[in-house]
Design a protein around this ligand. Structure first.
Ligand SMILES: Nc1ncnc2c1ncn2[C@@H]1O[C@H](COP(=O)(O)OP(=O)(O)OP(=O)(O)O)[C@@H](O)[C@H]1O
Ligand SMILES: [Mg+2]
Length: 601
């Protein structure tokens, strides 16, 4: 084996660049964040060939002193934090001190900057990680950075770049996110010499309107909620929103655009329970909280965050949105009370983490001879799972009736349904309460996972393809990721520059809203790329998909259908928790009931 060596600095930066700047849009994101961190109120971006040939960004922020210019390009050099305590409560967008070094390692970069108090600006030029000396320059107060020929010295990377048009679509989305995050800042964008965006500073609503257009504004409802140090505000679209070409799902945490599974789930749940099914979750939401309670240092791109109290945050966002959405209901039938708790038992002293060992439990084996209700056309499971006969990855759902000589089932047998949300069942130990939505979501998730693990998710052709308008980015994603989408059970085709057709969906999800499902999947694939979605983000992806299948609250189930769900839970690994870590069921023993009623005292 060759000897172990410390890698040269340039190579280290090039490796880091693989993560931080995987395409021009990521370089632009880093530059925009630096300008915002510098306190700029005016940011001008010019791109050439989608950003591949050139990214030029000029801001009017605080600027960089002459003797710091070279440091700004050095690895692990930052003005934003100096200690672990700083890191733990960091409020700036950047803090790793590696973005400029990474970009400089794989491009030609000119950095000019003038601190307002100084007589003139200074400029350094760098090429492939080697910087020259600072020279006087003529620019206004602030910083101008020009990046040319991204990946000129890493040809393998360069090969992964798509057409200038696709790269521009990604860069424009990055620009849009930055613009939405800071309405108080003026932004402009030009591409190949032509002005694309001119966004004057204004209120959040004005900015959202300018970026997302009239349809969104007309359909939007304001959200404003505050509790326990958390603040959520922004706009969400009502169900009637017939969306224009672009998908609008923007969540900002302390000014940072994030894609967070838990937050996305809270939004979806709020829509699920309150709005009818042609709803469209479109939103621009700003969440603010003490920076010490959220960790952005999860991935170099900082697009994922971790909340110290993830469950509390889910509850807060869910309730805030559910309340806002419920005010828009017009003549809807039997609305769920906005105050209906999502986890009413979680605080209860009877709360139990599931303790039954499914491994030793008797597995339900499909039997010949059906039970009425379980296979009725249009019945619960028909709706949930589509045509089961042709499924080869999931067990056929037919509820067995209890027999005296059978080994008891750990989750017992259904007694009744409560509040359209819970299944009450009886087992040897006492009462079982199941959150049917959470349990069903878990089951679907495990089915999808098993199918994907053993190659690909079985697909089902839609009788009528679902066509929809799409952004340039969505069309590009469809064209570039056909294999990934096929593995996930989708066949989606581009119909033109602004339209796509969903032809097949995963069989398990055949009853879900195909357009909505496809959109969520495309958003994830666009954001992270096909290979990451199938590798490290597989679980997030499948959880998102499972969410679309899960049974809604307020659906009446027959006893047989409830029993079938219980048997399915017993046969599904890890079904004791939903995909978001909440329990799917718990037990109240006869002993506990006795104590409640002070029996035997
Ligand atoms: N537009 C700008 N205006 C003023 N200072 C800047 C600007 N861009 C970069 N800097 C300075 O250069 C330093 C290095 O920037 P760089 O983006 O590499 O790291 P960072 O922003 O500190 O952390 P991260 O790697 O997380 O982005 C910053 O800490 C900041 O002091
Ligand atoms: Mg930075």
């Amino acid at each position: 084996m060759p000897a172990i060596r410390i890698l040269p600095d340039l190579l280290i930066s090039q490796i880091a660049a693989g993560e931080v700047v995987d395409r021009p849009a990521s370089a632009l994101k880093e530059l925009l964040e630096n300008s915002l961190d510098a306190g700029s109120t005016d940011i001008a971006v010019q791109l050439a060939e989608g950003g591949i040939k050139q990214i030029r960004i000029a801001d009017n922020g605080g600027g960089i002193e002459k003797d710091q210019l070279a440091l700004a390009l050095a690895r692990h050099a930052t003005s934003k934090i100096g200690s672990l305590e700083d890191l733990e409560r960091v409020a700036s967008l950047g803090f790793r001190g590696e973005a400029l070094a990474s970009i400089a390692a794989i491009a030609h970069l000119d950095l000019s900057s003038r601190v307002a108090a100084n007589a003139h600006a200074w400029k350094i030029e760098s090429s492939g990680g080697t910087a020259g000396v600072a020279e006087p320059a003529a620019v206004a107060a602030g910083t101008t950075i020009e990046v040319r020929d991204l990946y000129f010295n890493t040809p393998a990377r360069r090969k992964f770049l798509r057409s200038a048009q696709t790269e521009f679509a990604h860069s424009e989305e990055t620009f849009r996110r930055a613009a939405l995050s800071r309405p108080d800042v003026r932004f402009t964008l030009a591409h190949n010499g032509r002005a694309q965006w001119l966004l004057a500073a204004g209120s959040a609503e004005e900015r959202i309107h300018a970026v997302l257009g009239d349809d969104f504004r007309e359909a939007a409802i304001a959200v404003a909620a505050e509790a326990g140090g958390f603040r959520l505000h922004g706009l969400v679209a009502q169900p009637a929103y017939s969306r224009a070409a672009r998908d609008a799902q923007y969540f900002f945490v302390n000014g940072r655009f994030v894609r967070d599974k838990m937050l996305a789930h809270a939004v979806r749940e709020a829509y699920h329970d309150v709005l009818h099914h042609d709803r469209h979750p479109a939103y621009v939401l700003f969440l603010e909280l003490d920076p010490a309670l959220v960790d952005a240092n999860v991935h170099p791109t900082k697009i994922e965050v971790r909340f110290r109290d993830s469950r509390g945050m889910h509850q807060f966002v869910f309730h805030a949105l559910e309340k806002s959405l419920s005010t828009t209901r017009a003549g809807a039938d039997s609305p769920m009370s906005p105050a209906a708790p999502a986890m009413p038992f979680s605080q209860s002293s009877y709360f139990r983490q599931p303790g039954i060992d499914f491994g030793t439990a008797q597995r339900y084996a499909p039997q010949a001879g059906t039970v009425p209700g379980a296979t009725e056309p249009g019945g619960f499971y028909g709706t949930l799972f589509g045509s089961r006969e042709s499924m080869n990855t999931a067990p056929v759902l037919q509820a067995p009736m209890p027999h005296a000589d059978e080994e008891p089932h750990p989750l017992g047998f259904a007694l009744a349904q409560l509040a359209g949300i819970y299944i009450l069942a009886q087992n040897e130990k006492g009462l079982i309460v199941v959150d049917m939505h959470a349990a069903h979501e878990r089951i679907v998730y495990e089915h999808l996972k098993a199918a994907l693990d053993s190659d690909r998710i079985p697909t089902q052709k839609l009788l009528i393809p679902s066509t929809m308008t799409a952004s340039a980015l969505e069309v590009a994603t469809v064209e570039e990721n056909a294999d990934t989408l096929a593995k996930l059970g989708f066949e989606i085709a581009a119909l033109g520059p602004t339209a796509i057709a969903v032809r097949s969906v995963p069989m398990t999800l055949a009853q879900a809203d195909a357009a909505q499902l496809a959109r969520d999947v495309l958003a994830e694939v666009t954001e992270f790329g096909g290979s990451r979605v199938l590798a490290e983000r597989q679980n997030e992806m499948l959880a998102t998909m499972a969410c679309h299948a899960a049974v809604r609250a307020n659906r009446q189930l027959t006893i047989q259908e409830m029993n079938a769900l219980l048997r399915e839970m017993e046969a599904t690994e890890r079904s004791g928790q939903c995909n978001h870590g909440r329990p799917t069921w718990f037990q109240v023993t006869i002993g506990e009931l006795d104590r409640m009623f002070m029996r035997g005292k």
